[in-house]
Design a protein around this ligand. Structure first.
Ligand code: G3H
Length: 256
């Protein structure tokens, strides 16, 4: 399948880091380094930083995303934020189904699907995360697992809507551990996800789907990972908090 036809997307996931003042400083640091990038650049930030991030990135090539959203439009869901609230602010992207949400906050494939649906209904672009735990890799069930996560998350999503879905393959054992999947491992699973999309929709849909790798991607290993035929970008945690490192990854995506 032709990688050149797909859009490379490098997205930072700041997780629970940065106050609004720190967010402004970080974005001001990133801005000049990624201006003119040959790939899409996104920063996904904590809810409290969204307004600052939108203001600081206005008129630039940096898109802004949230790190989650609820599936209802409004209601008695203390502590939650709806997709409509995000679009009303001008937010364009949202991460759904990150393994930290699944592990620490009880997200299931079913709630991930509900959130994906709500995000698409409100006009957001979804960065949908899938990936296996180390035990699951060792059991040899990675392929079935990511296929299942992908199928459930995309239930009720039309082929047209897929242009607003990015899938991020994030092996849980590689997140924040410094243990990166090898380029071959990353590519193998991204290709399995692409085959799954092909099975659900068709070859054109699979060929157009941007599939990122995430998990300890950094300035040093990005080029090799991003050069893989089925890896179209990265979802970056730790390294997205360092402007020079993040910019180096963006540069590698442009070349990959
Ligand atoms: O969403 C990002 C991933 O969880 C990767 O985080 P990391 O780059 O710190 O390993």
């Amino acid at each position: 399948m032709n990688k050149a036809l797909r859009k490379a997307v490098i997205a930072g996931n700041w997780k629970m880091n940065k106050t609004p003042a720190e967010a402004k400083e970080l974005i001001e640091g990133i801005k000049p380094l990624v201006a003119g990038a040959g790939c899409d650049v996104v920063v996904c930030v904590p809810y409290v930083d969204l307004a600052t991030a939108l203001e600081a990135t206005a008129g630039t090539n940096i898109g802004v995303g949230a790190e989650n959203c609820h599936w209802e439009v409004s209601g008695a869901y203390t502590g939650e934020i709806s997709a409509n609230m995000l679009t009303a602010m001008g937010v364009k992207y949202v991460i759904i189904g990150h393994s930290e949400r699944r592990t620490y906050f009880g997200e299931t494939d079913v709630t991930v699907n509900k959130r994906v649906r709500a995000a698409l209904d409100s006009g957001l672009t979804v960065i949908l995360c899938v990936g296996e735990y180390l035990e699951q890799r060792e059991q040899g069930i990675t392929a079935e697992l990511v296929a299942m996560q992908t199928k459930i998350a995309l239930q009720g999503v039309s082929k047209d809507e897929l242009s607003r879905v990015i899938i991020a393959y994030e092996p849980v054992w590689a997140i924040g551990t410094g243990k990166t999947a090898t380029a071959e491992q990353a590519n193998e699973v991204c290709a399995i996800i692409r085959e799954t999309v092909k099975g659900l929709y068709d070859e054109a849909a699979a060929n157009a789907m941007t599939i990122q790798y995430g998990g300890s991607m950094n300035a040093k290993n990005a080029a090799e990972l991003l050069a893989q035929p089925d890896v179209d970008g990265g979802l970056i945690g730790g390294a997205s908090l360092k402007p020079a490192d993040f910019a180096e990854i963006v540069k590698a995506a442009t070349q990959g």
